[in-house]
Design a protein around this ligand. Sequence first.
Ligand code: FAD
Ligand code: PYC
Length: 414
Amino acid sequence: MKRYSMFAVAREAMRYHAGWERAWRSPEPKKRYKVIVVGAGGHGLATAYYLGKVHGITDVAVIEKGWLGGGNTGRNTTIIRSNYLQDASAAIFDKALQLYEGLSRDLNYNVMFSPRGLLMLAQSEHERRGYQRTVHANGLQGVSTQWITPERVKELVPILNIDGPRYPVLGALYQERGGTARHDAVAWGYARACSNMGMDIIQQTEVTGIRRQGDKVAGVTTTRGEIDCEQLAIVVAGHSSVLAEMAGFRLPIESVALQAWVSEPIKPAIDVVVMANLVHGYLSQSDKGELVIGGGTDGFNNYTQRGSWHHVEETTRALVETFPIISRLKMLRQWGGIVDMTGDRSPILSKTPVEGIFVNCGWGTGGFKSIPGSGFAMAELIACGYSPLAAEFNLNRFKEGRFIDESVAAGVAH
Ligand code: FAD
Ligand code: PYC
């Protein structure tokens, strides 16, 4: 595979871009692989990538029922931060942020990582105390965050009304290293790197069954036939329970729709990311100029990939007091994804009751930011049988009551 570089861009500009090669191959599936990863979202592709890069395991297939990155990875609002409360979460989310900081260079693919800064507004006394507590916890964890005053918030976000009668801004939890990245580029960059290592990315192929020999995995049944494997990683977000059922065990996952929408494009108005969790809304501006807006999850389980219409109105209305300019904007389009929620709003990276089967799920409303860290930890778990970053997120925690409660830090997930 030819490396992307300034010279390559210049060369192709001179010949009508006719010389670019395909970013990844689309091979026929083989009969057998050492590792099969189900799901070519960010987490599945990152798992495959670090299996190859860190552990030298390249006899890997990533099987995707649609197109790669077409699940939640291509549907999220791209917020990246590591300001979580619990130590285990801070460790994996900050590992992800550190990897994001060098990801474009590592993958030789521009993922447009933009560490523009992230604010979580405190709009009640209780929230103020909660976020100050998080700043102190982050200090102990070595994660850089700070508490900032309402005046500093106003300096950073001039379009923000800090004196709202219902929701005055009392300050904010600020992470300067937080920001955004181009979500499909993250999937495409990992896919290209995996393909380059000789791994097979098999799109438009649904896993319809999981075959076992006793307590051990034997392979999968797909819409293109049976494929054997020694190890199987289930990394399918909102469809995790469906795949677990195929393998013969249950997961504590609920699937719900989460949606987002964008306004018409406007001139640059806000160059940080703002989350207003009290009113359940958040906002940033895309490179195209659209305001990217989202709110909470649907209040009932479903697989619709749409989201309930009333959320658009409720969230936009709630944000208007804090961001008055929204009232004069037209909303352009809306979309949804199916998120995989656990009771403690923390992920599952774990072995399962079936030998050779691993699950990576439960990232819920907040798993875009964790893709590199999650892939790194999951690859280590598969290759070595243990990963320090994944250890606390095993399935046994639900039996033993060792919950890693992040329902507040998850922002939109409560
Ligand atoms: P996915 O990207 O969904 O990939 C799973 C893949 O598995 C899919 O491509 C699917 O087609 C495939 N699959 C399923 N079943 C099968 C099968 N039987 N056979 C083969 N393939 C199968 N997180 C953040 O950190 N920041 C945000 O700002 C943010 N905003 C969000 C906004 C919205 C509207 C949504 C929906 C989510 C948001 N998230 C955010 C959450 C984030 O998008 C997800 O946690 C993350 O993308 C999950 O990635 P994944 O790789 O696990 O899943
Ligand atoms: O986890 O930061 C997050 C998030 C923002 C919007 C959706 N999820």
